[in-house]
Design a protein around this ligand. Structure first.
Ligand SMILES: Cc1ncc(COP(=O)(O)O)c(C=O)c1O
Length: 355
């Protein structure tokens, strides 16, 4: 923070109501910025400037050559800072970069950038007990002078952060979803990559679902429209009627959710459930007693019911999360905030500057 921004930032911090943070942009002090040119990344720096000045022909603008990630840093009860599975986000970002013919970022560079951003903005990290966290948004964009459909001559890798609140202020609240005739991705398209085009394609279906008072859309498999793929910008899981098995869809057009794979592991190793990645047919929802959407933002959004055509299927209840959903949520959130023992390698500590 420079001399002349300090009073402004101090005011901004004083204005933050840590117990009532939502998921809105708040400009924090410093962000990481690295450039790729002539086959290599530079060393990267932290900058106060939250604007990016781009060549008008940049492929990110015209051809959607960009990808991004989302992960969080958490303040623990003992004052230390946890990053949750950043190596998984680094690996997924490399997969996205490969799919869009962009240069990859090593684990080391990715995690170092995240740590630098958390440390430089530590005073924006919500205190333990508020349920808040510091959301990190890494991204890679194709930039530089260009006009044809080809990979960019230069790239930018950046990470910025925003303090965010818990998704559900009053605890886990089920919401209702509706199936859509639209697809977010094609069968062999870019659904498994975290690229902007998938999200652009989801804006209209999401808007239409919300206009009808649903939380978001359940996307069906783009080839046959008979099996569940994703729930809004989150993965889907369901618990079988006997309460013994967690099932989650498997498909090459689903984004591999880090939260989902963490829940699968916890369901098997901590809750003693069977787990399966397989088909969940939209006409067989009565096989399941609980369902949820999972992702970094909310951890788990319990799904009350799903509207499909004229049929409205309620899982556990429209007002209360089911028992397995609640156990999974408590286990994962406990690990993220350092209250429960983490499986090996899930937590990366960020050294606190003591601020
Ligand atoms: C389309 C989509 N599916 C699933 C997820 C959940 O992934 P994760 O658990 O890694 O946040 C996200 C959010 O990142 C998403 O955008």
């Amino acid at each position: 923070m420079s001399e002349n921004t300090r009073p402004e930032q101090a005011k901004k911090l004083a204005d933050i109501d840590w117990n009532n943070l939502g998921f809105s942009y708040i400009r924090t002090d410093l962000r990481y910025l690295a450039h790729w040119k002539d086959g290599e990344w530079d060393g990267g720096t932290l900058t106060e400037d939250n604007m990016i000045h781009l060549a008008e022909g940049s492929t990110a603008i015209h051809y959607g050559q960009q990808c991004f990630e989302g992960l969080k840093a958490y303040r623990c009860a003992d004052g230390t800072i946890n990053l949750f599975r950043p190596d998984q986000n680094a690996a997924r970002m490399r997969a996205s970069c490969r799919r869009l013919l962009m240069p990859e970022i090593s684990d080391e560079m990715f995690i170092d950038a995240c740590k630098q951003v958390v440390q430089a903005n530590e005073h924006f990290l919500p205190p333990y007990g508020t349920g808040g966290s510091l959301y990190l948004r890494p991204f890679v964009i194709g930039v530089g002078d260009n006009i044809g459909v080809r990979t960019a001559p230069e790239f930018i890798f950046s990470v910025f952060c925003v303090p965010v609140g818990p998704y559900f202020k009053g605890g886990l609240t089920p919401t209702n979803f509706i199936t859509s005739g639209y697809d977010r991705a094609a069968p062999n398209g870019t659904g498994a990559a975290k690229v902007g085009g998938n999200y652009a394609a989801s804006l209209l279906p999401g808007y239409e679902a919300k206009k009808r008072d649903f939380a978001d859309v359940v996307y069906l498999d783009p080839a046959t429209h008979t099996k569940i793929e994703e729930a809004g910008a989150a993965n889907f899981f369901a618990i079988t009627k006997d309460g013994k098995k967690l099932v989650t869809p498997k498909s090459p057009s689903i984004l591999p959710s880090i939260t989902k794979y963490s829940l699968l592991w916890l369901a098997e190793h901590r809750l003693g459930l069977e787990v399966e990645e397989g088909d969940i047919r939209i006409d067989e929802l009565d096989h399941f007693s609980e369902a949820g959407a999972c992702g970094t933002a909310a951890v788990i959004t319990p799904i009350g019911g799903i509207q499909h055509g004229d049929d409205f299927h309620v899982f556990h209840s429209e007002s209360e999360p089911g028992p397995v959903t609640r156990q999974l949520y408590d286990e994962l959130v406990g690990i993220q905030y350092g209250d429960r023992e983490a499986p090996e390698g899930w937590i990366v500590k960020v050294e606190s500057a003591g601020g």
